[in-house]
Every structure is written in structure tokens, then in C-alpha cells.
Design a protein around this ligand. Sequence first.
Ligand code: SAM
Length: 350
Amino acid sequence: MSTTSNQPIPNPTGPSPPLVRLVVKPDRGRSLVAAGPIKPGQVVLVDSPLILYPSSLASLPLCCSRCFRVLPSQPFPCPSCHVALFCSPKCLSLSHPHLLCHALPSLVSGNDTWPDDLLFLLSAYSLPSNSLLQLLSLHSNSRYPDEQMPLIHSQLSSFIPPNLVPTHFSPETTSSLLSKKKTNSVLRGGRALGFYLWASMINHDCLPNVCRFGNIDDPTRENNTDLIFRALHEIKEGSEICRSYVVRSDEYRERHSWLIEYYGFRCKCDRCKIESKWFGNEGEYADEEEELVEREVNFPHWDLLMRYTCKCDGTLAPLPPYPDGSVSDIMECNWCGIIRKYEPPDDDPF
Ligand SMILES: C[S@@+](CC[C@H](N)C(=O)[O-])C[C@H]1O[C@@H](n2cnc3c(N)ncnc32)[C@H](O)[C@@H]1O
């Protein structure tokens, strides 16, 4: 059962009309579903970051503070803080979050306990009010430790001059912002963390039907910080769009602990229903032999898993359909970038 939301999905650089709509499901909250039939390889969603900020102080000398590409040998320093560096006059002119800019000289020379959280908070509080509220609307299932909150908020206050105090600045907002990090932040290129409003609405399945592309270092993409979601196979109208929050080749037990720890839910997808019974889990199978028979004979998802798993453990998705609408049989890995023709999996799964 689901409730249709009237909330439109603005997707300026994505498919038009949008291929997804937002619904609310009783067991998992906001969810994206296919607004019509979706073809294998089709771009389902393109999402730009609400914020993107350096994941640590160590990232600052390595990457552009605007686009987060690796810096050239002659970068352009920020004329205000002299700490942030930019890769081009264009990125320099677009600059970086104003509160972060103000705080960076003290932050890099100080000895704060939580510099990474301060980088996030200063970037978030620099957002225009409506974007900050969008960030605050994201789901979270963990609370920042209450005992650390007064200290981190007072450290944060010391970096914000009285004339720049943002509208929603308060210990409650700070606490709420920090609680969003674990469930929603996306690491980009190992050096920046981003929050993406619509991508954050995509729920999990251990047999996902979309995967995420978007190499931040791709020199051919102007919007290099966008995330692009492509369909792995055909998706029927009304079906939920799901990505995998875990490494898909991981065993049930690892997937289960990760999902509980980071996302606070127990996955009940078709794959988990079967694998949870395997030997060593909560299992029905009394011994390893019985389990191996089950894995080889009765695991209906083997072909699906193999077809879309690259040797590097990344996910393979078909290239977007050709202009005439025909589907490509060329697969691209979202992790190592390899492009190869679809090869049927070996017979022997193990
Ligand atoms: C990134 S958010 C996804 C959007 C979220 N449903 C919302 O309402 O904003 C992740 C959260 O969605 C829920 N979720 C995602 N996939 C789920 C699933 N397969 N089963 C149950 N809950 C799920 C969990 O609460 C998880 O912490």
C-alpha cells in the first residue's frame, strides 16, 4: 500500500518528463517509484548536491573547493580565506560556503575535537534557508551523542561572527543536522561529502534495479558533482526504484549488520528471505552440505546477481538506450568504468 505524494520531483538536468514519482510507504517511508515503464540502461534520475564539502581538512590542499576535482599544479587561492584552493577562474568566481570561508583560517590552525563535523555544519549553515530546510527534511535514524552536543555547538558558535549568524542557528538544528550525516552523506572521490535530496529518497534492496554513476574526476562532464542513476533492467510502471546500500556480493550476515548499524532497518527483500536461512545465519539448514545444495539448486537470484556484478565488485548497467529506443547490450561498471559486452555467467555459481 502506498500514498501518492503531490510533491513534484524537479530534475532539471534529468529525464523530462520525470521517470519517477515520490510515494510514501507504510513500512519504509518516502520512496521513489517508476512513473512509467523504464528501459534497461535508461537514466532514471540526475541529482545535484544540496551541499558538497571537504570530507576532512586533509582534502583542502588536494582538491578544488568548488568542483572537488584534483587540483592542477597552479591552483587559484581564495582571496578571502587564502586556505581554499580552486582549479579554475570559473570555480574561483563561484567560490565556497561563506561561513566555511570565514572559519577556515582558524579551523586549519586550531585543534578542534571534531573538525570534520565542523566542516559539515559550517557548510550546511551557509545554505540559503530553503535548502537548509530540505537538508533537515532528510531521514535519519541515529542521534548525535547528546553529551557532545553542547560542546560542538559552542565550538561552532565561536567560528560564526555575530553579523553572520544564520536564521535557523540553534543547538537543536545543529543536533538535527548531525543526525542526518550517517544515513544520507555520499563520499565523492574519497575527498568530499555530499547530500543529495532526491537520491536520498531511494530505498534499499539487495537486488537493486538501479545503480549510481558519476565519476567526480570525469573531465568530460561539466556537472561532475551530479549523481546519475541508471536502470539495470526493465522496470515496470509503479515498481519501486531501489539501489543497494551494501556491497552486493557480501554475505547475508554482513549486509544485515551494515543495514542495521547505518540505516536502522532489517531488510526483507526476496534475496534476504532466502539467504537468511542459509547455514550460519538464523538458519533452517542443519548443516553446510544442506546449505550448499540450497545455494546451488534453489537460489533463484544467481543469474541476476552475476549479470550485474563486475569483477571489481562494482555494478554493471547497460549503456543508455540508442536514440531509436533499442536497448544496448554493452555494460558499464559504475565503479571501475570498464565497458564490455554482456557475457552470460558461468554455469557453476560457486
Ligand atoms: C536514505 S533513506 C531513504 C528514504 C526514506 N525512506 C525516507 O523516508 O526519507 C534510508 C532509510 O529508509 C528506510 N529504508 C530504506 N530501504 C528500506 C527497506 N528496504 N526496508 C525498510 N526500510 C527501508 C530506512 O529507514 C533507512 O534508514
